[in-house]
Design a protein around this ligand. Structure first.
Ligand code: PLP
Length: 380
């Protein structure tokens, strides 16, 4: 038995190497990766440009502290603010930490502690972000939670209205709930939440950790909805496999986090920043986003035509290359059989097969994946 805590339900697959859209195991078997390390390797494994940027940085320096200027951080921050509603960036190492920063910012900016989040949300595993997460299974045994979160039904505007009180400082949500089952936000709901936040002086925080960095065929998922959040959190795809997270916020919050108020040793680490800079130079180009959109349309068409009528499938939903195939029963056997056949996919809750293919996936790979999924569901 390995000397590891048993915190992950692992498949029987030990990775030897990975390149592009493919992962190879220790026995030399190759898999098509439609999970991308849970939405991380958006440009595929070891994307050459990103690899070269990191290698170049490896030859310069790996770490200096945030006591000094790190120009790469400034470049990545600029790319993030140029392509989002935010103006300033704080770097950290993970999605949970990005959300922690957002929670701290909301508390300090408003002097209020309550944050409204959604049922079935997922915001991370630290004490604060686990408390923000509206899923009991994530919280069991780790209480007492932070008392200051109230969970409302996603897409239910009346529930948000009812939850706002004098101690409320923010609303935090995902525009598409990823871990919760690929549940797509309703445009009217999101617009109305934005308005409620404006009317009540609340920070509108969007967790883009799974939906951001081109995943939904926009730089950020919220951009499908014509809303302008106060705070955006990202991680996963930002480093394409190097650990990095970021909180992006509007200029009016700049003074809230002054020197010494918040920080982390590795936040904005130069190697992670080298990767992130290369990633954003690729992903935030219009042609790249357009290509993701076309692939997404193709994937949806293929899924609809090959799976849409299968009795086991109840709904195919999502945006861009973030897709949920809701089924009528548990999908764990389908997911394992697909792995045996050489296709890696994810689940989201018991009944949803989740697809997060690399954004560089080809139509041929989409054809193969859809054929395997259709065939496996029918055998199930
Ligand atoms: N928020 C969302 C929407 C996520 O999907 C995740 C991870 O799956 C997180 C937060 C937590 O990110 P991390 O695992 O990097 O802490």
């Amino acid at each position: 038995m390995p000397a590891l805590f048993n915190t992950y339900n692992r498949f029987d697959l030990s990775v030897a190497e990975a390149e592009g859209t493919k992962v190879t195991d220790m026995n030399g078997k190759t898999y098509l990766d439609f999970g991308s390390g849970i939405g991380v390797n958006n440009l595929g494994h070891r994307h050459l440009t990103v690899q070269e940027a990191v290698q170049d940085q490896l030859d310069k320096y790996w770490h200096v502290s945030n006591l000094y200027h790190i120009p790469l951080q400034e470049d990545v921050a600029q790319a993030l603010v140029n392509n989002s509603a935010g103006d300033y960036v704080f770097f950290c190492n993970s999605g949970a930490e990005a959300n922690e920063a957002a929670i701290k910012l909301a508390r300090k900016a408003t002097g209020k502690t309550k944050i409204i989040t959604c049922k079935q949300s997922f915001h991370g595993r630290t004490i604060a972000t686990m408390s923000a997460t509206g899923q009991e299974k994530i919280q069991t045994g780790f209480g007492p939670l932070l008392p200051s979160f109230e969970y409302v039904s996603f897409n239910d505007i009346q529930a948000v209205k009812n939850a706002i009180d004098a101690d409320t400082g923010a609303v935090m949500l995902e525009v598409i709930q990823g871990e919760g089952g690929v549940i797509v936000g309703d445009p009217t709901f999101l617009k109305e939440v934005e308005q409620l936040c404006k009317d009540n002086d609340l920070l509108f925080i969007i967790d883009e950790i799974q939906t951001g960095i081109g995943r939904t065929a926009k730089p950020f998922g919220y951009q499908h909805y014509g809303i302008s959040p106060d705070v955006i959190t990202v991680a996963k795809g930002l480093g394409n496999g190097l650990p990095v997270g970021a909180m992006i916020a509007k200029a009016k919050y700049y003074d809230v986090l002054g020197p010494g108020s918040h920080g982390t040793t590795f936040g904005g680490n130069p190697l992670a920043m080298a990767a992130a800079k290369a990633v954003l130079e690729i992903v935030f180009q219009d042609e790249f986003i357009e290509a993701v959109k076309n692939k997404a349309t193709y994937l949806r068409e293929q899924l609809q035509s090959k799976l849409g009528e299968l009795p086991f499938v109840s709904e195919i939903r999502g945006k861009g290359l973030m897709i949920g195939i809701e089924c009528k029963d548990d999908v764990s056997t389908v997911v394992s059989s697909l792995m045996e056949k050489g296709l890696l996919v994810l689940n989201a809750g018991p009944n949803v097969i989740r697809l997060l293919p690399p954004l560089v996936v080809t139509e041929k790979e989409i054809d193969l994946a859809v054929q395997l999924i259709a065939e496996t569901i029918q055998e199930n």
